[in-house]
Design a protein around this ligand. Structure first.
Ligand SMILES: O=C(O)CCC(=O)CC(=O)O
Length: 264
């Protein structure tokens, strides 16, 4: 097991593929760990260095008590990449992971040469929505929000046709520590990246899912439109986690982007 000892936390990560290859880094969504990308990794071209990690409060990474800030999450990513000696990666972030991507690109362009912002936005939800979710989770655990979250994460078709896999994602979600889910929710609640993202000029691919109940396509497109020259791809029939619902299409569009930016 790989654990990186950073400032105040230990981060669980995996560093696979070609250690001398061009680096691609993956950041997960709220309530998921780095297994989110399990189906994508084997579909990517050979020769890449593929790094995935569990953000604070998730997976095997330390789960501090209290509210987190987006700055903490961005610093964690930067410290991990510094520790691994990574420069000029393509950073792929989904939902809160996509917020981390935007924050990291704004602060550390030496680390990120291009980004994929998937099912995310410069601002997600409202402080009122997040306050309600945080209170519920701190009282009743993540399981108290399980049903509506799974409805936002996956299309109706996936719910109908993939009962066993859905159960696995439900388990991952419900086993997320309440403190980690609430801490990251507090970070999202306080985050509005509109101004800093509008100043970004790095190559960017935005991906949305047509059935996404958390970050609907229009919201993702609005953020993509802030970044000059960005591309937008809609995965039809998928919810908030298109890398799970349609890994082939997701890997295909990601590979095309990696080729376009000269990373493969
Ligand atoms: O998934 C995230 O990282 C945050 C967006 C969200 O609202 C997730 C959900 O629908 O529960």
């Amino acid at each position: 097991m790989l654990m990186a000892q950073l400032n105040d936390i230990n981060v669980h990560y995996v560093d696979e593929g070609d250690r001398n290859g061009a680096p691609v880094v993956f950041a997960n969504s709220l309530g998921t760990d780095f297994r989110l990308w399990d189906q994508i990794i084997p579909l990517l071209p050979p020769g890449l260095r593929l790094i995935r990690y569990d953000k604070r409060g998730h997976g095997l990474t330390t789960c501090p008590a209290g509210d987190y800030f987006m700055g903490d999450l961005v610093q964690d990513a930067a410290r991990l990449l510094d520790m691994l000696g990574v420069k000029g990666c393509v950073f792929v972030g989904l939902s809160i992971g996509g917020m981390i991507a935007q924050g990291l690109a704004a602060e550390r362009l030496d680390l990120v040469r291009a980004m994929v912002i998937s099912n995310t936005a410069a601002k997600i939800g409202t402080p009122e929505i997040w306050k309600g979710r945080i209170e519920t989770v701190r009282k009743g655990g993540v399981a108290a929000l399980e049903q509506p979250i799974l409805e936002r994460w996956f299309s109706k078709r996936f719910h109908r046709e993939n009962a066993a896999e859905l159960d696995g994602w439900r388990n991952m979600l419900c086993r997320t520590p309440a403190a980690g889910y609430a801490g990251c929710s507090a970070a999202i609640s306080e985050t509005d990246l509109f101004d800093s993202t509008a100043r970004l000029t790095l190559p960017t691919l935005a991906i949305a899912g047509s059935e996404d109940g958390s970050t609907p396509p229009d919201l993702v497109r609005e953020t993509a439109d802030l970044i000059r020259g960005s591309r937008f791809h809609l995965v039809r029939g998928a919810g908030h986690l298109p890398c799970v619902e349609n890994p082939n299409e997701y890997a295909e569009v990601l590979t095309a982007f990696l080729e376009e930016v000269g990373h493969v």
